[in-house]
Design a protein around this ligand. Structure first.
Ligand code: UDX
Length: 472
């Protein structure tokens, strides 16, 4: 059994809260700090500020045991060996640069509280050389070099599967400038890298096990910072690539779903992140692609590929809205059921959600929207206020009642399991425009729907028939 480490996590957003809870699950003593008093109160009282699978169970298991919440940063830092910074790094204006003012403010506060050696770990997604800047700020505040090391330990959590991603990671990256600091991080992650966590009673099951434990890669701080940005940029590139191929597939009556399977079977390419649709959104990909591009520009590197990735992603939303127009001719006075508000299924997060963007455009074109989402409805109401043009429904069937068309905007599992006959019975016209390819075109046609999706022949049935007759 590895020795527990005293850990302080600053920031209780998605990354901070998941990291703090999972560190407690791994057997460490964790204090999670936030300057938002209301949020800390909610967490202390057993409330959940975010929607994330497995988090409520783990939080109630460890709250007031190995995990506590407070606003007193100085106190929390003083009693910790490792201090993880997990505060927001929003995009600053249109330049793509990350706003690091929250990170800097936290580092200045940490500097005032350091009395003995600490490892300061940057967990927030930050541009290359942030690690060095953190060190400089600590020096400026008079912290002796012997009292700290700064380490970059990027997170690769996906919303909706964040807890599993943390406890069963593909890899753990540690960018450390000193062996002493790397050793502290090795101790922290030992339950995962030595596999002891996976044999603990009640451990969350996943891809890792005692015989196949997590792998930890130690690099320089700069390399770790680049690994984070480059990973997200590469995944975004994969999505834009498949979306471009989908547009071509549609133009030549090919089927992107078959194409994605065919490409993905090549183990050098891999089958993941090849789902064509409305493009990527969320709090990470759009921001990280822009930030990575900005970092490259600052260093005089012409990374044009990243502008293309963004351009293609933006265009997917236009293409989808044009598809809605092509099915309905005009939008003024039309009633549309919008199935989905979150940026992807399994989360209540609507940050940079393609669904919200598409709804805004359709509202501007004169349509009336009735939206539903299993989790993101409350958040959506804050940005798309309810009105006679924008309404919210309790479920898919209520949203579809008297609709001229239903639009699938988010890949919720529930939206792939709709009772199609019931849906058709509710609608004024049985038209489904699917931005996430959740249905088989033949099934939709058999249920009497006009079905348009992404990267698949519009006249799918006719085409299949033609192909069959050629084969005969
Ligand atoms: C992402 C990264 O995956 C994670 O490693 C990082 O730490 C944070 O950013 P997340 O934003 O939670 O995670 O979502 P993810 O599941 O990666 O999806 C991002 C976007 O891409 C979503 O809008 C999703 O709908 C879209 N997507 C994903 C596609 O359009 N096609 C795909 O094949 C995969």
């Amino acid at each position: 059994m590895t020795e527990p480490v005293s850990i302080c996590v600053i920031g209780s957003g998605y990354v901070g809260l998941v990291a703090a809870t999972c560190f407690a699950e791994m057997g460490h003593r964790v204090v999670c700090v936030d300057n938002d008093e209301a949020k800390v109160k909610t967490l202390c009282e057993g409330g959940m500020p975010i929607f994330e699978r497995h988090l409520p169970e783990l939080l109630s298991k460890h709250r007031n045991q190995g995990l506590s919440f407070m606003t007193d940063l100085a106190f929390a830092v003083a009693q910790s060996d490792a201090v993880f910074i997990a505060v927001g790094t929003p995009q600053e204006g249109d330049s793509g640069a990350a706003d690091l003012s929250f990170v800097e403010a936290v580092v200045s506060e940490i500097a005032r509280s350091i009395g003995s050696y600490k490892v300061i770990v940057e967990k927030s997604t930050v541009p290359v050389y942030t690690n060095e800047w953190i060190g400089r700020v600590l020096h400026r505040h008079g912290v002796p070099a012997s009292d700290f090391d700064v380490v970059s330990n990027p997170e690769f959590l996906r919303e909706g599967t964040a807890v599993k991603d943390f406890l069963h990671p593909d890899r753990i990256v540690v960018g450390a400038g000193s062996e002493r600091a790397a050793e502290v991080l090795r101790r922290i992650y030992a339950p995962l890298t030595e596999g002891t966590y996976y044999s603990t009673p009640g451990a969350l099951a996943g891809q890792r096990s005692e015989s196949n434990p997590a792998r930890l890669l130690v690099t320089s701080p700069q390399s770790a910072e680049i690994i984070k940005h480059a990973s997200n940029a590469f995944l975004a590139l994969k999505i834009s690539f498949i979306n471009s191929v989908a547009n071509l597939a549609e133009a030549v009556d090919a089927d992107i779903e078959d194409i994605a399977v065919g490409i993905g079977m090549d183990s050098r390419i891999g089958s993941k992140f090849l789902r064509a649709g409305l493009g990527y959104g969320g709090s990470c990909f759009p921001k990280d692609v822009a930030a990575f591009h900005w970092v490259a520009q600052q260093r005089g590197v012409d990374f044009q590929l990243l502008s293309e990735v963004r351009k293609i992603n933006d265009a997917q939303r236009d293409i989808f809205c044009n598809k809605v127009l092509s099915a309905l001719w005009t939008l003024r006075g039309k009633r549309l059921a919008a199935l989905g508000l979150a940026f992807k299924g399994g989360t209540d997060d609507i940050r940079d959600s393609p669904a919200i963007d598409v709804i805004r455009r359709l509202l501007a074109a004169g349509a009336t929207i009735v939206a539903c989402d299993p989790a993101a409805q409350e958040r959506a109401r804050e940005v798309l206020a309810e009105s006679d043009k924008m309404r919210y429904a309790g479920d898919v069937y209520e949203a579809a009642h008297n609709a001229d068309a239903a639009l699938i905007l988010t890949d919720w599992k529930e939206f792939g399991e709709i009772d199609l006959d019931r849906l058709k019975g509710e609608m004024r016209f049985p038209i489904v425009i699917d931005g996430r390819n959740l249905y088989n075109p033949t099934t939709m046609r058999e249920h009497g729907f006009t079905y348009l999706s992404v990267g698949r022949p519009a006249n799918y049935e006719a085409r299949q028939g033609e192909l069959r007759s050629v084969a005969i």
